[in-house]
Design a protein around this ligand. Structure first.
Ligand code: NAI
Length: 338
């Protein structure tokens, strides 16, 4: 028989459940890989987001601790934790936005592609769960190599018959966040005033900042263009080296993930003019996936924008990016088809 205090706890949990079910305004969001370096600060920031009513935290380790900790924050979202594969379905059921930072990060000397073998399998399993339990949810995929994991997710959803290209978004927001920061430094501006489109993909040469389209309008010398392009492309490696074996970007990534998730939720709510870059199914180039600016709405990526006018430096970069991207996309597709 439950003790009195156990009964009190049960009553309280029922009340929390009621609040979650009672349609308090907001969206139901799940984070898969919530106990990781990105997952923890991401969970904290999403708990602070007023657009979130229910927050499910899922991981294969350490999730109860993170959940208990985050759940004490006196913000609106109701937090629930889920541990291990046997709880994946419960974590996903009813969710409207799924954010995936599950997987291993880079160590010095590794490329994002070196993560492929481990992360491809993790993303496949998680997406099979999504197809089964919340096929209409928007998916924000962070796990690297994004250039391959997004095609993997698409193939899993196609096989399950649930694929909606508008709902699958590879998160490249950190490249935009870095670009805004580094360009603002060169221009002597506040980064909040700067908007740099970053297109292509999310790895090395596939990351293509369009410095000719920076807002506010400005111009760069060839040296500045070279410096900025390289620094934006190598931003991830800069952090990997500084962390010296302790992983890759987590805090700036959590910030970028929340900036992106918040844009998706504003789109779902029906806000007009929500536009951010993401790696999506695309007809902008001959490749099946490409990152460009995307308008987010009630059904996900409702409009994929064209590249706009490029200068010669960017045209050369684009050709290089496309070559590398084609290989990474094919690698993802083959992983599922083989
Ligand atoms: P981490 O190792 O600190 O955390 C990963 C978490 O995923 C761990 O808690 C682990 O238990 C969990 N996990 C592993 N297998 C899982 C499974 N089957 N289901 C659910 N959770 C599982 O790694 P970190 O630093 O948080 O990075 C996560 C991923 O994000 C890496 O693949 C990394 O390369 C990527 N990343 C992507 C960026 C982007 O811009 N898209 C930027 C930075 C990192």
């Amino acid at each position: 028989n439950p003790t009195n205090s156990q009964m009190e706890v049960n009553t309280m949990l029922e009340r929390v459940d009621c609040r979650a079910k009672g349609g308090s305004p907001g969206f139901k969001v799940a984070i898969l890989g919530a106990a990781g370096g990105i997952g923890q600060p991401l969970a904290m920031l999403m708990k602070m987001n007023p657009l979130v009513s229910v927050l499910h935290l899922y991981d294969v380790v350490n999730c109860p601790g993170v959940t208990a900790d985050i759940s004490h924050m006196d913000t609106g979202a109701v937090v629930r934790g889920f541990l291990g594969q046997q709880e994946l379905e419960a974590a996903l059921t009813g969710m409207e936005l799924i954010i995936i930072p599950a997987g291993v990060p880079r160590k010095p000397g590794m490329t994002r592609d070196d993560l492929f073998n481990i992360n491809a399998g993790i993303v496949k399993t998680l997406c099979e769960g999504i197809a089964k339990c919340c096929p209409n949810a928007i998916v924000n995929l962070i796990s690297n190599p994004v250039n391959s994991t997004v095609p993997i997710a698409a193939e899993v959803f196609k096989r399950a018959g649930t694929y909606d290209p508008k709902k699958l978004l590879g998160v490249t927001m950190l490249d935009v966040v870095r670009a805004n920061t580094f360009v603002a430094e060169v221009l002597g501006l506040d980064p909040r005033e700067v908007d740099v489109p970053v297109v292509g993909g999310h790895a090395g040469a596939t990351i293509l900042p369009l410095l000719s389209q920076v807002k506010p309008p400005c111009s760069f010398t060839p040296d500045e263009t070279e410096y900025l392009t390289k620094r934006i492309q190598d931003g991830g490696t800069e952090v990997v080296q500084a962390k010296a074996g302790a992983g890759s970007a987590t805090l700036s990534m959590a910030y970028a993930a929340v900036k992106y998730a918040d844009a998706c939720l504003r789109g779902l709510r029906g806000d007009a003019g929500v536009v951010e870059c993401a790696f999506v199914a695309s007809q902008v180039t001959e490749l099946p996936f490409f990152a460009t600016k995307v308008r987010l709405g009630r059904t996900g990526a409702e409009e994929v924008y064209q590249l706009g006018p490029l200068n010669e430096y960017e045209r050369v970069g684009l050709e290089k990016a496309k070559k590398e991207l084609a290989t990474s996309i094919q690698k993802g597709i083959s992983f599922i088809k083989k």
